[in-house]
Design a protein around this ligand. Structure first.
Ligand SMILES: *Cc1c(COP(=O)(O)O)cnc(C)c1O
Length: 407
């Protein structure tokens, strides 16, 4: 059987919508088109029923109750609502927030804005493994601390933070714990009770649901979390998020969560095996390759590898029928290496030549083998052209001291 090109292996950026999710959504565009807030006719009631069913499905996936789910436009909004909502509501209690350096921009930029408004933010460092130190977290907490926001799993390197331990510390100190759970929910078991999470951000399009819909879990007891809304209006979602609900999107989100709940265990095994196969097929055939972040606490569908002695752009160009991400975030005109890899202590050159492989539900073994072959071929070809690689191999020059980008 031939392989269909290009191959999509960038499932941390977004995932295709599962056809079963599309099927669940379809009637909600046409027959069941009502406004879920229309209380006085059947069109509204049917839409509301779809929404409430989805709310239960989302809640069940994370061990929450339906009333604790607030639907949003996606995780960027959920992250904003969690952080700004707590910051404003508990301003009297304190103005200090703790986060860490490899968070998604939705967290970091929100924290930066709050700093401008007089809040204080501690950005914990991470080790070479990509995880924070629990001692450093404990030491960072002051009587003014109102919120700890630490992601569940990282979107570039797939490293899982010690979430349950963080939850315990937060509880001990009486500080709320928010986690950006986008990459973890639906991929690994996430349970807001076991993990001691008070607020959790989720996005539908990262778990085979549609784009533009997400949720924020907001704990209702032990402790009860209150939020100041950031969008005012009709008082939807218990006043925490006004705006007419995206009914088809929410229904699809619910279905996607249900599928993850039922299939996650098997899917994680399958993708973990595929990921390991990809890793072995690349790393057993190429020397001077390095995994970024610990594999001990890791998403099953992720691996991030740096390839020494090749130029990042050329590498990506060489595998242009494979959709992956690189550590060179081409943000507008500047070609800056990933701040996540930098935070791990990865040198600039190795950060530029890193590739994030994000496997997903619809990847096959044939695709994995094809991708591995293409990567190996390309790296070998580029290294044959590299005088530095030759020098290193022949003379044992310490190339880590050299800058091969400009060579
Ligand atoms: C994708 C992503 C987001 C943003 O989610 P949207 O729903 O696209 O706004 C936030 N955090 C992490 C870790 C992500 O991977």
């Amino acid at each position: 059987m031939g392989i269909k090109l290009p191959i999509y292996m960038d499932n941390h950026a977004t995932t295709p919508v599962d056809p079963r999710v599309v099927a669940a959504m379809t009637p909600y565009f046409t027959e069941v088109f009502g406004n879920a807030a229309s209380r006085n006719h059947a069109f509204g009631w049917s839409a509301e029923e779809g929404v409430e069913n989805a709310r239960a499905q989302v809640a069940q996936l994370i061990g929450a109750t339906p009333k604790e789910i607030v639907f949003t436009s996606g995780a960027t909004e959920s992250d904003n609502l969690a952080i700004k909502g707590v910051a404003e509501m508990y301003r009297e209690k304190g103005n200090h927030i703790i986060t860490q350096v490899t968070e998604h921009k939705a967290i970091l930029d929100t924290c930066k804005r709050l700093e401008k408004e007089g809040y204080e933010v501690t950005y914990l460092p991470v080790g070479k493994d990509g995880r924070i130190s629990l001692d450093e977290l404990r030491n960072a907490i002051t009587p003014k601390t109102i919120l700890i926001t630490i992601m569940y799993a990282n979107n570039e390197i797939g490293v899982i933070q010690p979430v349950a331990e963080i939850g315990k510390i937060a509880k001990e100190k009486g500080v709320f714990f928010h986690s950006d759970g986008v990459q973890a929910v639906g991929k690994v078991p996430v349970d807001v009770q076991k993990d001691g999470i008070d607020l959790l951000s989720i996005s539908a399009h990262k778990l085979y649901g549609p784009k533009g819909v997400g949720a924020l879990y907001v704990r209702r007891k032990n402790p009860r979390v209150q939020l100041t809304a950031i969008i005012d209006g009709g008082g939807h979602e218990r006043g925490m998020r006004s705006g007419t609900l995206n009914v088809p999107g929410i229904v699809g989100f619910g279905k996607a969560c249900e599928l993850c709940r039922l299939e996650m265990e098997e899917e994680a095994k399958r993708l973990g095996a595929l990921r390991d196969r990809l890793k072995d097929r690349i790393m057993s055939r190429l020397d001077e390759t390095f995994i970024n972040g610990t594999m001990e606490h890791h998403l099953p569908n992720n691996i991030n590898i740096s390839f020494a002695y090749v130029e990042g752009e050329s590498l990506l160009m060489g595998i242009n029928d494979v959709a992956v991400s690189s550590g060179s975030a081409c943000t507008s005109a500047t070609l800056e290496p990933s701040y996540v890899l930098k935070a791990l202590g990865v040198g600039e050159d190795l950060a530029h030549t890193s590739i994030r492989f994000g496997l997903g539900r619809f990847n096959t073994q044939e695709e994995v083998d094809y991708v591995a072959d293409r990567v190996v071929e390309t790296v070998n070809r580029l290294r044959e052209l590299s005088p530095l690689y030759e020098m290193a191999k022949e003379e044992g020059v310490d190339v880590s001291k050299m800058n091969w980008k400009t060579a």
